[in-house]
Design a protein around this ligand. Structure first.
Ligand SMILES: N[C@@H](CCC(=O)N[C@@H](CS)C(=O)NCC(=O)O)C(=O)O
Length: 214
């Protein structure tokens, strides 16, 4: 059976999460670029597939899934090895809390369409928009750093194996650096980032490594 198709954009952090997940599971997949800067996501053709007009989207045979966390859950349920959630129920809750902090409380506020709305219809300056971006990343990372500290150490955010929390964190850290958000004050987040940069599944998912990099 041919591998799944990922509708992807190299700098999309939600797509970056899914690339990491696919790599961790050792799944080979086809990438189809949806160029967000050129507005491909809003085309009638793409909206026919995904009415939300966002990436990522995964198509595997007759199965079509949108939303990165739903895709990651499906991958975890479909493919063996490298589980995204720890078996211990307390650790699992911690990992889910960290992952959703990034995916639900940081990322949506800083998404391309939100930033465009701030600058366009709401008339914010470039500086004010960047300040908005930094404010919400810093607010989230401050809390995540404390949660990682409380989780008791390890080479990743929680323990010594990559989890959904790291899958969400690493792309958000990449984005934060692009927008010059200071991250030096987050030793636990930086430690997970260092571990990830030496991990083949994370390294291969990096935006700079994508063939769809224009
Ligand atoms: N909650 C969604 C977020 C998806 C999302 O916001 N994707 C962004 C890229 S990271 C996008 O397609 N943006 C297009 C736009 O803002 O026009 C998920 O986790 O998949």
């Amino acid at each position: 059976m041919p591998g799944p198709i990922l509708y992807d954009y190299f700098r999309s952090s939600a797509s970056y999460r899914v690339r990491i997940g696919l790599n961790l599971k050792g799944v080979s997949y086809e990438q189809r670029m949806v160029n967000l800067v050129e507005g491909d996501q809003r085309s009638a053709e793409y909206r026919e597939l995904n009415p939300q007009g966002l990436v990522p989207m995964l198509v595997a045979g007759d199965t079509k899934i949108t939303q990165s966390l739903a895709i990651l859950d499906w991958l975890d349920a479909t493919y063996e090895g490298s589980p995204f959630l720890p078996p211990d129920k307390d650790q699992r809750a911690t990992v889910l809390a960290m992952a959703t902090l990034v995916a639900c409380d940081i990322h949506p506020l800083n998404n391309l369409r939100v930033l465009k709305y701030l600058k366009g219809p709401l008339g914010l300056s470039e500086d004010a928009k960047d300040e908005w971006y930094r404010h919400w990343v810093t607010t989230g990372f401050d809390a995540l750093e404390k949660m990682a500290e409380d989780a008791g150490g390890g080479t990743w955010l929680v323990g010594d194996a990559p989890t959904l929390a790291d899958i969400c964190l690493i792309p958000q850290l990449y984005n934060a650096r692009r927008f010059a958000v200071p991250v030096a004050q987050y030793p636990h987040l930086r430690r997970a980032d260092e571990t990830a940069s030496a991990h083949p599944a994370f390294a291969a998912a990096h935006p700079d490594k994508q063939e769809t990099h224009p």
